[in-house]
Design a protein around this ligand. Structure first.
Ligand code: FPP
Length: 281
């Protein structure tokens, strides 16, 4: 995969960076602490089919409408200065869908990359793709490579699109990459968590601290299995094409209400013992 490690200092946005906001968005923004946003948000964009069905439209109309929600989410997260946003666009399981729907989704992605390049550049977004990219149709592979190359020097948010992605496949790919590196060196050293993480598609990125899933399903669907170990999970009934900026701000607010303990105890909770290990798991 083409990507580089990111070492970033924390950037903090001001509300004005979002441009004009609605009254509802303004109320939500007032409550949001812009210094305590998640570093990395991951999204399972679900419910396009149901959105279309409710309107007696073909499923593909739901996917097309979903690209508008993707656009809003991408631009808002970039302007809020998140370090990374990962969108689950196509899973390894999605090949089971009808060929016409698969072809449409691939075309939609290619169209998106072409049309939205000015918006990506304007917002200083760097693109990465997570998944078995070399198994995608050649045209998609070319566009993916092109989008990464065109945005490679951008220093703002990293936008990861998970494409032909599976969480188990990713861990298997990481292990195989480690084995391939060791080949011929005869080492029998144990693989460490750090080593495995550095061979994942997300190498160099912070783990998502917030996972958003739209349309109500309580599943993680083989998405970033390793990386979401400590993520806060926010499930909303909103269908993906209806997921607008106000719904995103609500998810960020909910994240700020949660207390993150990483397996330890609440900060300030009385305890006369020292922790046995520095980082709780
Ligand atoms: C899930 O809805 C959605 C997908 C499998 C595709 C998501 C893709 C897009 C929104 C296209 C744009 C992507 C980018 C990154 C520009 P579903 O079809 O499973 O809905 P259902 O569960 O209601 O049937």
């Amino acid at each position: 995969m083409l990507h580089t490690k990111s070492h970033k200092t924390l950037q903090i946005a001001t509300p004005s960076e979002l441009g004009p906001v609605t009254a509802e968005e303004s109320q939500l923004l007032e409550k949001l602490d812009l210094t305590r946003l998640p570093r990395h948000v991951a999204v399972i964009m679900d419910g396009n089919g149901r959105w279309a069905q409710k309107r007696h439209l073909p499923r593909i109309a739901g996917h097309r409408s979903g690209t508008q929600s993707a656009r809003t989410t991408i631009e808002t997260c970039a302007r809020l200065k998140l370090e990374a946003l990962t969108l689950y666009a196509f899973s390894v399981e999605n090949w089971r869908r009808p060929k016409t729907e698969i072809d449409f989704l691939m075309q939609l992605l290619r169209e998106y990359l072409r049309k939205e390049m000015p918006l990506l550049q304007k917002n200083n977004i760097r693109m990465r793709f997570l998944g078995r990219i070399d198994e995608l149709p050649m045209g998609v592979q070319n566009d993916v490579r092109d989008a990464m190359e065109k945005t490679a020097n951008n220093k703002g948010m990293v936008l990861c699109v998970a494409l032909n992605y599976g969480g188990r496949a990713e861990i298997v790919d990481a292990l195989n990459a480690i084995l391939a590196q060791r080949n011929g060196h005869g080492t029998s050293e144990k693989v460490t968590e750090e080593q495995l993480a550095s061979h994942l598609y997300t190498e160099g990125l912070p783990d998502p601290d917030l996972l958003i899933r739209t349309s109500g399903e309580m599943r993680v669907s083989n998405f970033l299995l390793w990386q979401i170990a400590y993520a806060e999970i926010f499930v909303t009934e909103t269908l993906w094409p209806d997921f607008n900026r106000a719904r995103l701000l609500e998810a960020l607010l909910e994240f700020q209400k949660r207390e993150r303990r990483y397996g330890g105890i609440r900060e300030g909770e009385p305890s006369d013992e020292k922790p046995v290990r520095a980082a709780g798991h």
